[in-house]
Design a protein around this ligand. Structure first.
Ligand code: ADP
Ligand code: ZN
Length: 297
């Protein structure tokens, strides 16, 4: 039975795992993200000597995912300056000598849920993470969607709430994008305290739900997903999901109707694989890379 390696490469931590084609995680470690020179030997050290059939990477980005590009699998304009321009896919292939698959971290998480988790019964779904940043993974026909680059749904532009006390969002690129107005750091900037310390402040979560719901309405109308998964640190606030569902219903104003929208409790759902959707998606990326090179499961 082949074993697959999985890397969830994040801005703060790197999660490395080994798993099977059934999505069973056999081993998992987490190390802090430092510079490529410091971090890569640790990552490769974990994967080497394990007889892996292939490795999959869910990577922070943006990442070049155009297979015809000479920079395929290279990290692009990351805020992590050390990693900007780093050809992570090529370095893994060279060092490990096995097929390596790559996608964005959110696409990998979306894929993990789509193969083994709460969206496995539908073919088109989206996954939104609300944490240090806001990311959108899109699954169309069971596969992560890329198009020109890959969706950057955290940076869609918002209609600000008139009573928002924060004058400008925290995104350095856009004054009014979703990430700039609704990420964990945006909540902290707006209210002057860390998001996790604001659990009792109703106004915080109503404003947050207003922005998240606005983004979901745009995604619903553009992508028509059959189910929406919400993850990330900010979604640990238990009051968020009900507030988001209520706001989505209010903001859609009955314009779009569909099977999913009749029951928002099953349409807008929390993550289902604990903390493992990212690495499980990366295992699927590894399996696909393996099969593409003629491997058999
Ligand atoms: P990352 O996005 O870095 O992978 P997380 O998804 O955990 O990591 O997001 C971290 C952000 O989420 C921080 O801004 C933090 O303030 C916020 N956060 C973490 N836990 C909670 C919580 N329980 N309630 C609200 N916000 C939280
Ligand atoms: Zn932005």
């Amino acid at each position: 039975m082949p074993y697959f390696g999985a890397l969830e490469a994040g801005g703060t931590k790197m999660v490395c795992a080994v798993g099977t084609a059934q999505g069973k995680i056999l081993e998992r470690i987490s190390i802090p993200t430092r510079s490529p020179e410091a971090t890569m030997p640790e990552l490769l050290g974990f994967f080497q000597g394990k007889g892996l059939a292939a490795v999959g990477i869910g990577c922070f980005g943006p990442v070049d995912l155009d297979r015809s590009s000479p920079d395929y699998g290279t990290i692009q304009s990351s805020p992590k300056l050390d990693w900007r321009g780093y050809p992570i896919l090529r370095r893994f292939e060279e060092a490990l000598g096995v097929p390596v698959g790559i996608d964005t971290d959110v696409n990998a998480a979306a894929l993990g849920e789509a193969v083994w988790g709460c969206t496995r019964t539908v073919s088109d779904s989206i996954y939104i993470t609300v944490g240090t940043g806001v990311g959108l993974g899109v699954i169309i026909n069971g596969k992560p969607h890329h198009g020109m680059l890959h969706p950057e749904g955290g940076h869609i532009f918002m209609d600000r709430r008139a009573d928002d006390p924060m004058v400008r969002g925290v995104c350095p690129y856009h004054p009014n994008c979703l990430e700039g107005l609704a990420s964990g750091p945006a909540i902290e900037r707006r209210w002057g305290r860390k998001a996790e310390e604001l659990a009792d402040c109703t106004a915080v979560w109503e404003m947050e739900a207003y922005y998240i719901a606005q983004a979901l309405c745009s995604y619903i109308m553009m992508i028509s997903p059959e189910r929406i998964v919400l993850g990330g640190g900010v979604m640990h606030q238990e009051q968020m999901l009900p507030l988001v569902r209520k706001e989505v219903r209010r903001q859609l104003r009955g314009y779009v109707q569909g099977k999913g929208l009749d029951n928002l409790d099953e349409y807008i759902v929390p993550v289902s694989l604990g903390d493992n959707q990212g690495v499980m998606g990366a295992i699927k990326l590894a399996m696909d890379a393996y099969i593409e090179r003629g491997g058999r499961l």
